[in-house]
Design a protein around this ligand. Structure first.
Ligand code: ATP
Ligand code: MG
Length: 644
């Protein structure tokens, strides 16, 4: 909430956006006061039903129960493909951009239908049917989206495990979801390096007797082990199948997928989403939050292994009939200009990524950006962590040249779709603020005692009433869902995040509740201190945690990564301390600054402050579960630096 960053008005060119300021107010108001009427209209406009619903919404947050469109029937693959065919048969559904800049492919809606049906038939032929769980452990190739949609065609429940996870992590998830089939690839390819996906699957499956089928997509044609009877090649089993497949008509509340959370705070939870409500909010938010226009090319850089990939690479875009770009590689290969090259190559209108990528690219220097045109860009988006205002400004001015609204979308695996976000044509932007609630979302700030905070203030972010794409269960452990989200403050969904609300009603996510600092009785979000530190031109990234302090209760411990080419020294440390004092106040003065060449991140790129706290506290024996770390080596390096 820094005074250095004034509010930005809606840029020119958005006067005809889907949602204008007055529309937002009227629609939001109706979505809360006439929830059933509003969402009935939306469900009619956005989805195609086999049978209409009997009741729009019922919920009981004390018990953690929610139901949307009960009695209705529909099929997700029909909504994402078949119903578009009359007017979009030849339109590109998926643009695939390979790891190697020379590799790309376009798949039309007709081709997508044919491929999905072939695989769906092949799965049925292998005995996979409604309600069965199928694990996807895939690189970012079109077959990943095809496999998701093929599961939905036959009512199977997919559970995607990010291709960067180890055999051990994969095994845990397959066992926990009791999968009967796995779909993988011989190898993946990222940043020029091969990832041995099938070999990893082989290691996991020695302990997964429930799995009777493993389908292998050929990506690199590497030699892999094929177990007779269990392992089959994708091209071989689909070649002979029909391009038509009778869709399974699903109940609104039938399970659609299970997805394990990123694991930033502890043991991942198998979040269960159901069919109609999820698809509705994914498509509504896709159209409105990205102001999607007919014919545009939209690109979300997430992996399909994360919820962002589910809702905003596959289900949201395809349900709306969009052209979605799927990228196999990494933003820094062959060099740090790759994203902008891809934007120019495919004339991308909307670019949606994570703060970790924005900070990394900013750290490489502007020349990688400015060598591209980016004239096709209309909208920018961010998700995953609070974005530091300084990084926001760089994204806005350098990448978007001040033309493109930024949508800072706050949501969670558990929420299924966007919850708090600006809308491009309706919301003035405050750098670093997730801003305003999406339709049907009633956020509240709770005080320690559970009372609701009115007006401007800070507290625990909770949600007061059900939204369509809400988590329905933690797979196999329903009580864990009730305990985690609905027990701390009975009658509310507890997000685990802290937030502030300003005088204009804008929400600012301050970080996870567990990470909140309490310095001499003053509560501060880690994001606030980090944003102050990265204001410095020499600093690329920072992570802040508290540690026990005799006088202040908690002291502030900063891990700081300098920009490439910057030599860290004590003078720079002093400047950073000064910045925190100026930006936030003397109370925010860091007690320790440790240089960190790298920060421990989850595989989706989020900083794991839990581990940093342990290192700061010198509790090195109890680091806990580190299986979701992208690079465990970073931790050893931080420990040895600490003691240096
Ligand atoms: P786990 O729940 O296993 O600890 P996780 O919370 O990182 O993992 P996700 O569901 O992928 O798993 O991430 C959701 C969290 O990411 C949110 O609760 C919030 O802390 C953070 N987040 C996401 N988007 C934003 C945003 N736009 N601004 C601030 N924080 C965000
Ligand atoms: Mg979480």
């Amino acid at each position: 909430m820094s005074h250095h960053f004034p509010t930005h008005p809606i840029p020119d060119g958005f006067a005809d956006a889907h949602i204008k300021p007055a529309d937002y107010e009227a629609m939001y108001e109706r979505s809360i006061t006439d929830r059933d009427g509003f969402f009935a209209d939306m469900a009619t406009e956005f989805l195609t039903w086999d049978k209409p619903w009997d009741a729009v919404c019922s919920f009981d947050f004390v018990k953690g129960e929610a139901s949307w469109f009960a009695g209705g029937k529909l099929n997700v693959s029909v909504n994402c493909i078949d119903r578009h065919l009359p007017e979009r048969a030849e339109q590109t559904a998926i643009i695939w951009e390979g790891d190697d800049p020379k590799d790309s492919r376009a798949i039309s809606y007709t081709e997508l239908k044919d491929e999905v049906c072939r695989l769906a038939n092949a799965l049925r032929a292998r005995g996979v049917g409604k309600g069965d769980r199928v694990c996807l452990y895939m690189p970012m190739v079109p077959e990943a989206a095809i496999a998701m949609l093929a599961c939905t065609r036959i009512g199977a429940v997919h559970t995607i495990v990010f291709g960067g996870f180890s055999p051990e992590a994969l095994k845990d998830r397959i066992q926990s979801a009791e999968c009967t089939a796995v779909i993988t690839s011989d190898e993946g390819l990222r940043g020029g390096k091969a990832v041995p996906l099938k070999a990893n699957v082989d290691k996991s499956l020695t302990d997964c007797p429930s799995v009777t089928t493993c389908i292998v997509v050929r990506r690199t044609d590497a030699e892999v082990n094929m177990l007779d009877g269990r392992d089959v090649y994708y091209d071989e089993i689909t070649a002979t199948q029909s391009t038509d497949c009778e869709p399974e008509s699903m109940d609104s509340e039938d399970p659609l997928f299970i997805l394990y959370t990123s694991g930033s705070t502890g043991k991942p939870k198998g979040v269960l989403h159901t069919t109609a409500g999820y698809l509705l909010q994914a498509s509504m938010s896709f159209k409105y939050v990205f102001d999607y226009r007919e014919g545009e090319v939209y690109w979300c850089t997430a992996d399909v292994g994360w919820v962002t990939g589910h809702s905003y690479i596959v289900y949201g875009p395809l349900a709306v009939g969009a052209t979605t770009l799927m990228f196999e590689g990494v933003p820094t290969y062959p060099d740090a200009g790759r994203c902008w090259d891809v934007v120019d190559k495919h004339q991308v209108s909307t670019f949606y990524t994570a703060p970790t990528a924005i900070r990394a690219l900013q750290g490489k220097g502007d020349s990688f950006v400015t060598r591209s045109s980016r004239s096709s860009l209309r909208i920018l988006g961010t998700v995953g962590e609070p974005i530091n205002p300084e990084a926001w400004e760089w994204y806005f001015h350098t990448v978007g040249e001040g033309r493109c609204p930024i949508v800072d979308t706050w949501w969670q695996t558990e929420t299924g779709a966007h919850m708090i976000t600006p809308l491009p044509g309706a919301t003035n932007m405050k750098p670093g603020a997730a801003s305003m609630p999406f339709f049907g979302v009633e956020p509240v700030l709770l005080a320690e005692d559970g009372s609701e905070i009115e007006g401007a203030g800070a507290g625990y972010l909770a949600i007061k009433s059900s939204w369509p794409s809400q988590i329905r269960s933690v797979y196999g452990d329903h009580q864990r869902m009730v305990d985690t989200y609905f027990s701390n403050y009975p009658g509310y969904y507890f997000t685990g995040d802290g937030a502030t609300r300003d005088e204009d009603g804008y929400y600012w996510i301050t970080g996870r509740v567990d990470d909140v600092l309490n310095v001499s009785g003053h509560r501060m979000g880690t994001a606030e201190v980090e944003s102050a530190v990265v204001l410095h031109d020499s600093i690329a990234e920072a992570a802040v945690v508290g540690f026990p302090h005799d006088i202040k209760g908690q002291g502030i411990y900063c891990y700081v990564t300098p920009m490439e080419g910057v030599e860290p020294n004590d003078a720079l440390k002093a400047e950073l301390v000064q910045l925190c004092v100026e930006e936030i106040g003397p109370i925010a003065k860091p007690d320790v600054i440790q240089w960190a060449p790298g920060l421990p991140k989850t595989r989706s790129g989020k900083i794991m402050r839990r581990l940093l706290r342990k290192i700061a506290e010198n509790e090195l024996d109890s680091l806990g579960d580190t299986s979701t770390l992208a690079d465990p080596g970073v931790v050893d390096e931080l420990i040895s630096n600490r003691n240096a």
